[in-house]
Write a protein that binds this ligand. Structure first.
Ligand SMILES: Nc1ncnc2c1ncn2[C@@H]1O[C@H](COP(=O)(O)OP(=O)(O)OP(=O)(O)O)[C@@H](O)[C@H]1O
Ligand SMILES: CC(C)(CO)[C@@H](O)C(=O)[O-]
Ligand code: BAL
Length: 285
């Protein structure tokens, strides 16, 4: 496994593979790797001839400076995990390498970015759009792999790829969970043991809400009960708990159980602070 720090180095290396008609798979990450990231890597290894993982904690997508400062960084362990997983290249650039000058680029993702994460993390998806475009230009992958856990991110990147005609296929990988259902996330490392126990509330609430909905309960009633449950828990603060159309992310106020639902047509999405750690999760229904 080769670790490369500059755009030029990785460009040159990948050019050799491209000239030899090898396909390139890219797994973009911010490091502090876990089994969720590895499932993206495994998928990439099954499809692509050459697998590249990028590790870059992208400052422009952090709306909260404390979140950036406290974001877990475990590069040495990450590299060991990637080597064991058979990754070919790790792109590990510095902030100066990725942003030789501050980026003034502004994307407008319209309705896709005004709800859910976009509403609570102003500027977040602009930063994601900028860095993912840069990575696509630098690596020129045939396929790029993203996790279902970041549902809105996937919708936004899909839209960006279409609008900017990036020649890349996107693969979305299901959310990998801990045994108790908590979605694996780098930020989970910041939870203390009490917070860790409590954090299973996200997944349990999603499953409970889905079951209530299918038992005929109105969505408004479900939302009220969920909000009450979180209010009773001093360590938790609910930011949103919404039912959306999975493709457009349009927030809806219910589903028609009498109609023929397509698999994954709707999703329930949530963001919750557990202590000062902000976690997200979603459940397709
Ligand atoms: N539990 C998971 N299962 C599958 N994919 C995941 C999981 N967690 C993250 N990913 C995906 O891995 C990629 C890199 O994500 P990232 O490095 O931000 O990790 P993360 O665990 O989502 O961290 P955090 O949400 O705390 O920033 C993204 O495409 C993300 O959706
Ligand atoms: C796609 C990404 C690597 C861009 O920084 C990040 O948003 C993430 O890890 O999901
Ligand atoms: N996986 C999402 C990256 C972020 O929270 O900034």
């Amino acid at each position: 496994m080769k670790i490369l720090h500059t755009k030029n180095e990785i460009n040159l290396k990948l050019l050799e593979h491209r000239n030899a008609s090898k396909s390139i798979g890219l797994v973009p990450t911010m490091g502090a790797l876990h089994e969720g990231h590895l499932s993206l890597v495994h998928k990439a290894k099954g499809h692509a001839d050459v697998v590249v993982v990028s590790i870059f904690v992208n400052p422009t997508q952090f709306n909260n400076p404390e979140d950036l400062e406290k974001y877990p960084r475990t590069v040495n362990e990450d590299l060991k995990m990637l080597e064991k997983s058979g990754v070919d290249y790790v792109f590990l650039p510095s902030v100066e390498e990725m942003y030789p000058q501050p980026s003034k680029l502004k994307f407008n993702f319209g309705d896709l970015e005004t709800t859910l994460e976009g509403a609570f993390r102003p500027g977040h998806f602009n930063g994601v759009g900028v860095v993912v475009s840069k990575l696509f230009h630098i690596i020129k992958p045939d396929v790029a792999y993203f996790g279902q856990k970041d549902l809105q991110q996937v919708a936004i990147i899909r839209r960006m790829v279409e609008d900017l005609s990036f020649d890349v296929n996107l693969e979305v990988v299901p959310t990998v969970r801990e045994e108790d259902g908590l979605a694996m996330s780098s930020r989970n490392r910041r939870l203390n043991s009490e917070e860790r126990k409590l954090s299973v509330m996200l997944y349990e609430s999603l499953v409970w809400a889905r079951n209530e909905l299918f038992a005929g309960c109105s969505w408004l009633e479900v939302q009220e009960k969920i909000s009450h449950k979180f209010n009773e828990e001093p360590l938790a603060k609910l930011e949103y708990f919404e039912l959306v159309k999975t493709k457009s992310l349009e927030v809806v106020s219910g589903i028609d159980l009498g109609s023929q639902l397509r698999a994954n047509e709707f999703s329930i999405c949530t963001a919750v602070y557990i202590g000062d750690v902000r976690l997200i999760d979603n459940l397709p229904i």
